[in-house]
Write a protein that binds this ligand. Structure first.
Ligand SMILES: NC(=O)c1ccc[n+]([C@@H]2O[C@H](COP(=O)([O-])OP(=O)(O)OC[C@H]3O[C@@H](n4cnc5c(N)ncnc54)[C@H](OP(=O)(O)O)[C@@H]3O)[C@@H](O)[C@H]2O)c1
Length: 335
């Protein structure tokens, strides 16, 4: 049986306008008091850590998900260690992103994060071996932050950046949909190496209908239009890609500005997965399901070069069973 998830909260940190260094800084997670970090001159990197010993809410949520999906086979419950993969996650502090990172850590897949505020990694993921989790500081809006060294050794990318659809505190410093969903994605796509095995971009349902009601309301400040532009640049990049378009996101962490989402969210029940193509699917989807769809897409060949809408409804789902996800993605293409 699916179990309820404990809600995960992201600290409500302000996003002040700030200047970032021209060259990226790699931040390994080591042992220091929470929220403290220092310059390590010998490695030209900053070292941070927290006292929560790795038992972060996001990790806990993902472990809950894996251990309570009764319809997964025992083999697939604990995905095999993929030491050859190095997955760069952009937006890894966000609602979907932190579940992606936690899930990678849980599977022993090496993760690399590009974060505007690397301290958040410590809060969310606790103490992690540098072999498992590397953190770079950067803002996708600033092309100069996307130094090629960030991508060295990376085999796969999952981009789940975003901001609010409507003006909010999270737009501070000009972090608007135009800057994040369009310029940020464009900057990223333009520097990603062609050797990557897969780039997964989290977009949204409705991006092809931003001029039509009710989508035009959501698009009042351009979020759907800019997400579509971000999709298109990836689609035309020559990179091996998969685009995941979630419906309205549910389940913690409740980072959405949309109060309706907060009120409607039910934790941990929406595990049955619906996948569509052609931007016809309308509904809601658990962030856990979106995170799992992104990770599954990395390895499922038939998702390459494809765009999928993803919803979830109450009921048992595929959990982390790759075969079940493959069937779902295949069935969507057969419709
Ligand atoms: N909410 C919905 O119902 C809904 C529906 C469909 C699709 N989506 C899309 O689904 C995706 C995931 O949504 P979510 O609610 O889980 O995301 P979220 O919590 O809003 O997280 C967004 C992430 O993007 C990062 N980010 C924002 N601006 C950035 C920048 N300039 N440079 C680097 N990173 C930046 C944030 O980092 P910081 O920690 O630095 O802020 C955060 O990690 C988003 O693309 C969202 O638009 C959402």
């Amino acid at each position: 049986m699916a179990s309820r998830l404990s809600l995960i909260s992201i600290p409500n940190l302000p996003t002040p306008a700030r200047t970032f260094p021209k060259h990226p800084q790699q931040i390994p997670l080591f042992s220091l008091p929470p929220h403290s970090f220092h310059v390590n001159p010998s490695f030209n990197s900053r070292t941070i850590s927290s006292s929560n010993g790795g038992s972060s809410p996001a990790l806990h949520a993902v472990q809950e998900e894996v251990t309570t999906s009764s319809d997964s086979t025992s083999d697939s419950k604990t995905a095999p260690s993929s030491s050859s993969k190095v997955v760069l996650v952009i937006g890894g502090t966000g609602g979907v992103g932190q579940l992606v990172v936690a899930s990678l850590l849980n599977r022993n897949i090496k993760a690399r994060l590009l974060l505007r505020d690397p301290e958040k990694a410590t809060t969310l993921f606790g103490e992690q071996d540098e072999e498992k989790l590397q953190v770079f500081k950067g803002d996708t809006r600033n092309a100069d932050d996307l130094d090629p060294s960030i991508f060295e050794g990376v085999t796969h990318v999952i981009c789940c950046t975003g901001t609010t659809a409507f003006p909010s505190k999270r737009w501070e410093g000009d972090n608007t949909p135009e800057r994040v969903d369009w310029e940020g994605v464009r900057n990223l796509v333009s520097v990603l190496p062609s050797s990557l095995q897969r780039v997964v971009l989290v977009s949204s349902v409705g991006v092809t209908k931003f001029n039509e009601l009710p989508w035009s309301i959501m698009n009042l400040f351009g979020v759907l239009k800019y997400k579509k532009m971000g999709e298109d640049i990836l689609r035309n990049s020559g990179l091996s890609f998969t685009i995941i378009r979630p419906g309205r996101l549910t389940d913690g962490p409740y980072t959405s500005y949309d109060l309706n989402t907060l009120l409607k969210a039910t934790a941990g029940q929406r595990r049955a997965v619906l996948i569509g193509q052609g931007d016809k699917l309308v509904g809601e989807v658990s962030r856990l399901v979106v995170a799992e769809a992104c990770i599954q897409a990395l390895d499922i060949e038939c998702t390459e070069g494809k765009t999928f809408e993803v919803n979830s409804v109450e009921g048992e789902g595929p959990g982390s069973d790759q075969q079940k996800w493959r069937e779902l993605f295949k069935a969507a293409q057969a419709q």
